[in-house]
Design a protein around this ligand. Structure first.
Ligand code: GTP
Length: 601
């Protein structure tokens, strides 16, 4: 295809603002999916089949479109619609999808207005120099306020409110105009046709039948079927078994040229061999310089995952192996805890990623898990100059520490202006620094804060929601690290440290944590034959203490008289209960106590 006729674009939208519905409508209007085949959310369905329900991966669809009006009227163009993942933790994936495009549709619900996530992705699009087409969706809704939100969008991107297109993805109103506008306004891709090939990977998906399917945009040159290619980050060579476009079913082709978007299959079985952001070139006489912007996926948040039933450990390992085939950012290594037994230390991109993985392990693999409190990566510098990377409280050194660095994020909060006070208070209490504040309209405000990531992973989002009656939205991206005054708090039961409850905290928060955990555990640990002191300590200094009083547990005392079968039942019940106890030193702790104590509320 002549690059002049290609338009590569994506849709930036908040969840539920109608991206899938709009994509469906475009598939239909461009004739790619015939009316009678049209099912609601065609693209989502394909994903569900492939990934069983969780759509966090992007893909591309090729749409032929001859504009009905204006420049290029009647000439069939190729529109490549590239899907962007819509979640906080996948900023890097989003940035790569955006880098494959020349323009984006900024889609906003006309009854809701823009959300933090959308705003953050808009900034990414602007950084990638994309042409922005502002669009309000759902104008058919009685609650729609198109004038108000058109003004808001116009203010944010600096255009005239009349330039904001108003559509209904549901009824199809305005969607033809939108497709025409994509052709008219989104710049055609530019690249060197006679240079060695350079193609950027913007997505890579594991498929159990075909192996890894890699989605690319060819920037320079041409990739052809059967050719040997090289991954520029690793130098690894592969053969192009198949190359083609999705429209939306995979359609093999002979090759892909400048500006084209499509998929390729090399037979690799693991997405880590075909990494998002990497550049592909020919194996012989390939390009010297990769395209910019490649980053290794870097886990930011770590948590210990343990099977509730210790005998499920092999199943947990197999499940993690399987998930990793499709998730280059998921890392794990075996870990043992005196309290929880055998499990894994697992690294995630962020909290949402953690939730998704945990849910998949439980739902798809039927595992019951205990997760330890999420931990960020601390960089610890000792007085003798050695440096440690700590992802687990148990690795926090006891020797002489010179300084500790913690990761920080730049966060964006969007909310009705009446909540500004409450949000500022929350961010302040989480050691935040205000970077700036903007009124998007009279009654909506955007606050930008630098916050320690550790403060965000700890129930920040829940707090934000509850303090703003659910109206605030949050987005964040890593921006580096800062020096911090951190200590490790240990929890001791009858003098024995319980590793699962140790935490690395800011010095000012250590006391509150100690008091809260000791109090919680006093409620959760049943009385034993002896008195059990519960202590919170920083090093050898005890900062909080509670006591579980001793009791002689006489289960039979409840039985009056001689009903032997009832006695037996009670004894059996007690035995059952014992099974779900863990011995921590000399103290029996019910399994449930771990789960309850490790939950955030
Ligand atoms: P996720 O797939 O969850 O990211 O959401 P999405 O942004 O793709 O939104 P989706 O297309 O699933 O739409 C969300 C809801 O809004 C669905 O119930 C749609 O039927 C509805 N919807 C989408 N567009 C319109 C519209 O133009 N008008 C009306 N009334 N409803 C719409």
């Amino acid at each position: 295809t002549d690059p002049a006729l290609i338009r590569n674009f994506c849709i930036i939208a908040h969840i539920d603002h109608g991206k899938s519905t709009l994509a469906d409508r475009m598939l239909q209007l461009t004739g790619v999916v015939e009316q009678r085949q049209m099912r609601a959310q065609y693209l989502d369905r394909m994903d569900i089949e492939r990934e069983r329900g969780i759509t966090i991966k992007s893909q591309a669809v090729r749409l032929p479109w001859a504009p009905t009006t204006g420049e290029g009227q009647g000439t069939t163009h190729v529109l490549n619609m590239i899907d962007t993942p819509g979640h906080v933790d996948f900023t890097y994936e989003v940035s790569r999808s955006l880098a494959a495009c020349e323009g984006t549709i900024l889609l906003v619900d006309a009854a809701q207005g823009i959300e933090a996530q959308t705003l953050a992705n808009l900034y990414l699009a602007l950084e990638n120099d994309l042409h922005i087409i502002p669009v309000l969706n759902k104008i058919d809704l009685p609650a729609a306020q198109p004038e108000k939100y058109a003004a808001e969008l116009a203010h944010i991107i600096g255009c005239d409110p009349s330039e904001v297109l108003k559509v209904s993805a549901k009824t199809g109103e305005g969607v033809t105009e939108l497709l025409d506008k994509v052709v008219a306004e989104v710049p055609a891709p530019v690249g060197k046709a006679d240079a060695p090939a350079r193609a950027m990977i913007f997505d890579s998906v594991y498929d159990s039948y075909r192996g890894v399917v890699t989605y690319v945009k060819v920037v320079d040159g041409k990739l052809s079927k059967r050719e040997r290619i090289r991954m520029m980050s690793t130098g690894a060579a592969h053969e192009l078994l198949e190359i083609g476009v999705s429209s939306p079913e995979m359609a093999p082709a002979d090759g892909l040229g400048v500006g084209e978007v499509g998929y390729l299959i090399t037979g690799v079985k693991d997405v880590r061999q075909s990494k998002v952001g990497d550049t592909i070139t020919q194996f012989t006489r390939g390009a010297e310089e990769p395209l910019g912007g490649y980053k290794e996926p870097k886990p930011m948040v770590f948590s210990g995952l343990y099977p509730l039933d210790g005998s499920d450990y092999p199943e947990l390992r197999d499940a993690l192996d399987k998930l990793q085939l499709n998730d280059a950012a998921l890392v794990y290594e075996p870990e043992t805890s005196a309290a929880l037994g055998f499990g894994f230390r697992v690294g995630f991109l962020g909290l949402l990623h953690l939730d998704v993985i945990r849910e998949r392990l439980e739902r798809e693999f039927g595992l019951d898990l205990i997760a330890t409190a999420p931990n960020v990566i601390y960089r610890v510098i000792m007085e003798d100059g050695t440096e440690l990377s700590v992802t687990n409280p148990s690795e926090f050194p006891t020797g002489k520490i010179a300084e500790v660095f913690e990761p920080v994020v730049r966060s964006t909060v969007l909310a009705p202006s009446e909540f500004v006070g409450a949000i500022m208070e929350l961010c302040q209490s989480r050691r935040g620094t205000l970077l700036g504040m903007d009124y998007l309209s009279e009654d909506r405000v955007e606050l930008r804060y630098t916050l320690p990531l550790a403060e965000i992973v700890f129930d920040f989002f829940d707090q934000l929601k509850s303090k703003t009656r659910g109206y605030a939205s949050l987005d964040y991206e890593p921006t580096g690290e800062q020096r911090a005054d951190l200590v490790k708090v240990d929890i001791l039961l009858n003098g024995d440290k319980v590793d699962a409850f140790s935490a690395i905290l800011h010095k000012d928060k250590a006391y509150a944590y100690g008091v809260r955990m000791a109090g919680k555990l006093r409620e959760l640990i049943p009385r034993q034959q002896f008195e059990v002191p519960i202590q919170a300590a920083v090093g050898s200094r005890v900062i909080a203490r509670e006591t579980v009083r001793a009791i002689r547990k006489d289960v039979l005392a409840k039985c009056y008289g001689g009903d032997i079968s009832r006695k037996r039942k009670l004894l059996e019940k007690q035995k059952e209960g014992k099974k779900r106890m863990k011995m921590v030193g000399s103290v029996e702790v019910p399994q449930d106590a771990f789960i309850a104590a490790l939950s955030t509320d």
